[in-house]
Design a protein around this ligand. Structure first.
Ligand SMILES: [Zn+2]
Length: 174
């Protein structure tokens, strides 16, 4: 039985078995860290598009006034605009796609939507060095379009693909 579903999976893990407050206090041998992360299977991790290391906020951040931070409503409007831009673009393709994540990799690599090698250089290099899989490459392309939509660019620029590549490999968990 297949049910319609859209899944947003968010996972969190400690950086190592001892998980100290300050990374500098970690006493774990590197072998222990490797073993710790090897419990997460590679095929599972290959399906995680954004990998972000979150550090403990310093006391100064917690104790100061955060009311000047960008309000959630502003961020929500930016996201809504980006989703509208994506929906308008993919409507032209006539395939029923509305989100960048719904566009298959082969379509993004087809002559119609393919980005220039100069733009995709950072992702191309990762693929050539086998630091990412074919799936990883396509996920970087999708994310590049989203980053471009958020920045209100007409299409991904070199820096958008570089940012997407960095989010994929920035934290390698080894
Ligand atoms: Zn540790």
């Amino acid at each position: 039985m297949r049910y319609p579903a859209q899944v947003l999976l968010v996972m969190a893990a400690n950086p190592c078995p001892c998980a100290p407050n300050r990374p500098i206090d970690c006493k774990c041998p590197s072998g222990d860290k490797k073993r710790y992360f090897s419990r997460l299977s590679r095929p599972l991790l290959d399906r995680i598009d954004l990998r972000v290391e979150v550090s403990t906020p310093p006391a100064s951040v917690i104790l100061t006034d955060q009311s000047k931070a960008e309000p959630s409503e502003t961020v929500a409007k930016r996201v809504a605009r980006a989703r509208e831009a994506a929906a308008a673009r993919w409507a032209e393709a006539g395939q029923g796609w509305r989100l960048n994540s719904e566009v298959p990799g082969p379509a993004l690599r087809s002559p119609e939507w393919r980005l220039s090698p100069k733009v995709t250089r950072s992702a191309d290099e990762l693929l050539l060095k086998e630091r990412i899989t074919a799936r990883g490459y396509d996920r970087i392309l999708k994310l590049s379009w989203t980053i471009a939509d958020l920045a209100e660019h007409d299409g991904p620029r070199e820096e958008d693909v570089a940012a997407a590549s960095q989010l994929r490999i920035g934290y390698t968990m080894t």
